[in-house]
Design a protein around this ligand. Structure first.
Ligand code: FAD
Length: 652
């Protein structure tokens, strides 16, 4: 399915409306959107959308914008969007953003996201978009270094059969750890990873390259209703290669809650799990001596201190991080300081003769007489069959349940209890330059509001690195001049991330073709905590001296110095916190094949084995009995460490 010339013309009309020529210094301000040629790059991004359904939806929306009937449906006027004058088009966009029908809000938001994405991105370091000069964004610091690849991957070019003791599906925080522990104990291990093998030599530090090459579905996927953008790693090493290195152990109250929810007696509160956390922290070099705060973090800390609220330094899994100069590490660490699974447990596995196949997309698990016997994967056009005594699924909480569902294994809870730690943000503008792409990704956090309900549910404040693509895609639109000022003024913005511990959950299901769909909406209960987060973050940045705070609603609401926060909140409340009203991201996915003693409400037992299926294990974020409330990498690795240690004892 491809875009027609007419589709591109309609998209161009949208770009013309969202990015009009405005007064300012340089072409990024003054060039009319219709002359930017963004539509020329749209087909390449369109082709990368994860599913035909996404392409159909975009085409349908574009064709509705091009018809009178569509105009009536989308913005209440019996006119094609393309036939409207400039002012009317802007009003039509605002009307779609306010629409009661979520799909219409989602449709215009998707086009706005694509516009922002194309406006600030490039896949060729030699061609810098004019937006970069306006922002003062320098782009990558030269080409990547040449670093040899220490892992020799097994090439699969024809239909192939392999066998081993344990096949591990996925190579991230869970899979990498499991493979390292299992291979180090002497077992013959094969790791199948859907992503490719990239290392320091491949980290171009262009955002568009990183999303295309190292993220799940090229970072273009969302929850089913488009309400939450999904970010997860998909490369050898999984999320640990692109993540922010924040390394919290599972908090004690969460460990107690997990045992309670799972119906376990001392699994998470016991010594075995505690030992696994310690071992993981040691192998990943978790420490608190790499916490030099970026300007972003410093401003957040200032606001927190002014308010008298909790603030602390984050532990990180880095060794030899030069700290001050980089800031591009979310796009892959060029100096190998990030202690990803690739450089730790996965390397241990390979050092103990584990075989690794990349580009291997596991379709399903094979069974005989109720026991797992291996997996079937697709590698390019070839079919790979791996026979194994045990199968460890660690494809992440978004995909492990999909493998189970495609295999008709796991019972009624498979895919249920999906937690996403929804993240929204406020954007704080300061007079000083913040250059939010510089400095360590995350060094300060606040747990002041981590327990709003007396049951451990609330939110954390964290900052995050901001390169142009992220805000250009995420910050909402109310008029072209304000949007340009927000994005081209990025050098003065800080971002206050509100990381929700979600009490409620969604579900992973699969389409007829077996591809996963993530059904998740932020519940009213959790929305109340998000609202508190937006309010408190605004107070925090007001106290830090911000001139302006911008909400992440589909149409931004602005607090300006001297305004009352209550009045600002009334504006945000009017738009609301539901899908495609407030913008959400998920960086942390959990719980969709959870551990527990009851096969009706959980998928795996205390030894990570799928209820009723011998030899089939899950060792990744899917196992969490409830959301973790802290960034989950260490908890995932610890669950995999414990599970793999038990498995090695069982079959070793
Ligand atoms: C931008 C970003 C920043 C983050 N920062 C932090 C942080 O600072 N601290 C923290 O604790 N957490 C962070 N996280 C989250 C953390 O990285 C993840 O929670 C963690 O990596 C998940 O581990 P996992 O093993 O469950 O899955 P993953 O690490 O996602 O690994 C799953 C792997 O399975 C592969 N796969 C999927 N389907 C298949 C299939 N069918 N066949 C074969 N392979 C398959 C995927 O390609 C992927 O590589 C961040 C995440 C993102 C996206």
């Amino acid at each position: 399915m491809s875009l027609t010339d007419r589709d591109l013309a309609v998209f161009n009309a949208i770009v013309e409306t969202l990015l009009p020529s405005v007064e300012g210094d340089g072409p990024a301000w003054t060039t009319p959107g219709g002359e930017l040629g963004l539509e020329e790059n749209l087909p390449a991004v369109f082709a990368r959308l994860p599913h035909d359904q996404n392409r159909k939806d975009i085409k349908l929306f574009l064709s509705l914008l091009d018809s009178r009937a569509g105009g009536l449906l989308l913005f209440g006027r019996p006119k094609a969007f393309t036939s409207l004058g400039e002012g009317d088009r802007a009003e039509a966009v605002r009307s779609m953003e306010r629409h009661v029908v979520g799909l219409i809000r989602g449709g215009i938001r998707a086009l706005k996201t694509l516009t922002g994405f194309l406006w600030v991105s490039t896949e060729d370091a030699a061609i810098q978009p004019s937006t970069w000069a306006a922002i003062g964004y320098p782009g990558p610091d030269g080409p990547p270094p040449h670093v040899p690849k220490p892992i020799k991957v097994v090439e699969v070019e024809t239909d192939t059969e392999m066998s081993c003791d344990v096949v591990v599906v996925g190579s991230g925080a869970g899979g990498g750890t499991a493979a390292g522990v299992l291979a180090s104990s002497g077992l013959d291990v094969i790791v199948l990873e859907a992503g490719d093998y990239l290392n320091e030599s491949d980290f171009t530090h262009l955002e568009a390259d990183a999303y295309r090459d190292m993220y799940l579905d090229k970072a273009l996927n969302t929850t089913a209703d488009g309400g939450m953008a999904i970010l997860a790693g998909s490369t050898l090493g999984g999320g640990t290669v692109i993540n922010y290195t924040t390394s919290f152990a599972t908090p004690e109250p969460v460990r107690e809650e997990w045992d309670r929810v799972a119906g376990f007696d001392g699994v998470f509160t016991g010594d075995g799990y505690a030992t696994s956390i310690q071992q993981v922290e040691r192998r990943l070099d978790v420490n608190r001596s790499h916490g030099w705060p970026s300007t972003r973090a410093r401003l957040m800390e200032k606001g927190l201190r002014q308010m008298g609220w909790h603030v602390d330094e984050m532990p990180r899994n880095v060794a030899g991080c030069t700290e001050r100069d980089c800031g591009y590490c979310p796009l892959g660490c060029r100096i190998g300081a990030k202690r990803s699974s690739l450089l730790t447990y996965l390397q241990d596995a390979v050092d103990h003769r584990a075989r690794v196949v990349t580009g291997a997309h596991v379709i399903g698990v094979t069974t005989e007489m109720g026991r797992a016997t291996g997996v079937i994967a697709r590698v390019g056009v070839s079919r790979l069959v791996v026979r194994a005594e045990a199968v460890v699924l660690a494809a992440g909480a978004l995909n492990t349940p999909a493998v189970l569902l495609r295999s008709r294994l796991g019972g009624p809870a498979t895919g249920d209890y999906l937690h996403l730690h929804p993240v929204t943000a406020v954007w704080a503008r300061f007079e000083q330059r913040v250059d939010p792409w510089t400095g360590i990704m995350q060094t300060r956090y606040s747990d002041e509001f981590a327990d709003l309900d007396g049951h451990g549910y609330g939110f954390k404040f964290e900052t995050a690195p901001l390169h142009p693509l992220f805000p250009a895609a995420f910050i909402g639109w109310e008029d072209g001049a304000s949007f340009k000022r927000d994005i081209l003024g990025l050098g003065h913005l800080d971002v206050g991330g509100i990381l929700l511990r979600d009490r409620d959950h969604g579900r992973v299901v699969v389409r007829r073709d077996g591809s996963p769909v993530w059904k998740y909406v932020v519940s009213k209960y959790d929305q109340a905590h998000i609202r508190e987060g937006v309010k408190r973050a605004t107070e925090m940045y007001a106290a830090a001296g911000a001139d302006e705070v911008i909400s992440s609603t589909i149409r931004p609401i602005r607090w300006r110095r001297g305004d009352s926060v209550e009045a600002f909140m009334e504006g945000v409340d009017r738009i609301g916190y539901g899908s495609n009203r407030t913008g959400y991201f998920t960086f942390h996915q959990m719980g969709s094949a959870r551990m527990g003693s009851n096969p009706q409400t959980s998928v795996v037992d205390a030894a990570n084995q799928v209820h009723g299926v011998g030899g089939l294990y899950v060792m990744d974020g899917s196992c969490f009995p409830a959301s973790s409330g802290v960034n989950p990498m260490v908890s995932i690795a610890a669950i995999a460490h414990r599970g793999a240690t038990l498995l090695a004892e069982r079959i070793g």
